[in-house]
Design a protein around this ligand. Structure first.
Ligand SMILES: [Zn+2]
Length: 443
């Protein structure tokens, strides 16, 4: 069984048998010139002095987590010959999603197909809750029927996990493979790959269409290794589609300098505006438990929120999150309260339990800032001035509210002791998007 474009590592000189309609490409794993080592898998370079092994060979520390590459290795990938791709005839694939795109979504979906057909890279800038995934369905259907190899990658595991079942439901006749660090699913032949951006390092010129969802998210943004992997995974004539609600300056600049199409969708699919955060000044929130009056105020607000919705309670760090969880559990004994972080082995379970209404308050770090949809939540951000809460993170967190279902008066509350530029910018951006959406609706 062959996955085209997957890079394997072999010792130099190993020959791979290929079928008549396949070609094998061999590349040196690392290149050594002028006292430097360049890695062909991850794009890093190092001074030779830093990367010498005791046996005398050289290795790349940049991607050592994916298995050590040395100058004794080669990267091998198998590719299907293009003539063979054209010859393949398959039954037509139809998207089975039963929902309906709004007028704006349909327009975006058509634009996406047009751009990909004309080989233009695209940045789709759509607000949180715009229904980005659904807008991709026509594009995916189209590309699959043209026999294209497709990958949908995201820097966030939770985003991949949420995307996968939706795609499986929309395309039940398509072989879809989910890959991320600890995913148990074995490698198998696929027509559509859903993976973390890290996994793209295993591919070389494999995809005709590469969709990067939440492309501004940590750890992708600012990580040259992942950017290199993304570029390498695309075929030379392949097209990239980046999706995000909060493009960074870097991404916007890249799109501009490389002549990408930028599509902008300021309206949510249900046409209700984004919920604008409310600001609450709270001095010394880290020691909230020491101030009975302040604590009582926060508890009162939580109880108010809980009358209509569950609460996602964002904390800047794990230590504070654990501490405040205990305080809330003690003071609100009749409520079901827990916390979740990236290190939590029960992470998936707890997210599912929140969805099943088994928790009243789920405290979390920024792992739940994006890519997850809950039907009835309000959000609280404690210590909104903390550096982890940059503008994009705050906009994404606010975007968790009122995504789905009927209007539930979900609210977004930022508790802060210092008003940062990020807080002001986030609120400004949300208000601007709402204004733009209003204008669009009138058109
Ligand atoms: Zn490397």
């Amino acid at each position: 069984m062959v996955i085209y474009g997957k890079q394997e590592v072999y010792k130099i000189g190993v020959m791979i048998q290929a079928a008549a309609d396949e070609t094998v490409r061999y590349r040196e794993a690392v290149k050594i010139t002028k006292g430097q080592l360049y890695c062909n898998r991850c794009g890093s370079h190092f001074s030779l002095r830093e990367v010498r092994l005791p046996a005398g060979s050289y290795y790349c520390p940049g991607c050592v987590l994916y298995g050590r590459l040395t100058d004794q290795d080669q990267l091998v990938s198998i590719h299907r010959k293009e003539e063979a791709e054209v010859l393949q005839t398959k039954p037509q694939i139809h998207c089975r999603w039963l929902g309906e795109l709004t007028r704006q979504q349909s327009r975006m979906a058509e634009e996406l197909i047009r751009c990909v057909d004309s080989r233009e890279n695209v940045l789709l800038w759509a607000v949180t809750g715009a229904g980005k995934t659904e807008m991709l369905y026509p594009l995916i259907e189209n590309a699959l029927n043209e026999g294209k190899q497709i990958a949908i990658a995201s820097p966030r595991i939770d985003v991949c996990r949420e995307l996968y079942p939706r795609l499986v439901a929309a395309f039940p006749d398509v072989a879809i493979l989910l890959r991320y660090g600890k995913a148990l699913e074995q490698w198998q032949e696929f027509e559509l790959l859903v993976c973390t951006t890290h996994q793209l390092l295993h591919f070389y010129q494999a995809f005709d269409l590469l969709v990067v969802d939440e492309s501004d998210a940590f750890p992708y943004e600012g990580d040259p290794l992942l950017a290199f992997g993304t570029t390498q995974a695309l075929k030379p004539m392949g097209v990239r589609v980046c999706l995000t609600a909060t493009p960074t300056k870097n991404l916007l600049q890249k799109a501009k300098s490389e002549n990408w199409q930028v599509l902008h969708l300021p309206q949510r699919y249900h046409r209700r505006p984004l919920v604008v955060p409310e600001l609450f000044f709270l001095e010394d929130w880290r020691n909230l438990a020491k101030y009975p009056l302040r604590l009582a105020r926060v508890l009162r607000i939580c109880e108010q929120l809980l009358k209509e919705n569950q609460v996602l309670f964002f904390c800047p760090d794990i230590a504070f999150m654990k501490h405040i969880t205990k305080v809330l559990q003690e003071k609100l004994p009749q409520k079901k309260i827990t916390f979740v972080s990236a290190q939590d082995p029960l992470r998936e379970e707890k997210i599912l339990q929140l969805r099943n209404k088994q928790w009243d308050i789920l405290l979390c770090t920024t792992i739940l800032e994006r890519g997850v949809t809950f039907e009835r939540v309000s959000v609280v951000v404690m210590g909104a001035e903390h550096e982890v809460f940059n503008k994009s993170v705050l906009v994404q967190i606010a975007g968790r509210v009122d995504r789905k279902g009927t209007q539930r008066n979900g609210r977004v509350l930022f508790f802060f002791q210092e008003q940062t530029l990020a807080i002001r910018k986030a609120i400004k951006e949300i208000i601007q998007m709402n204004q733009l959406a209003k204008k669009e609706a009138k058109r």
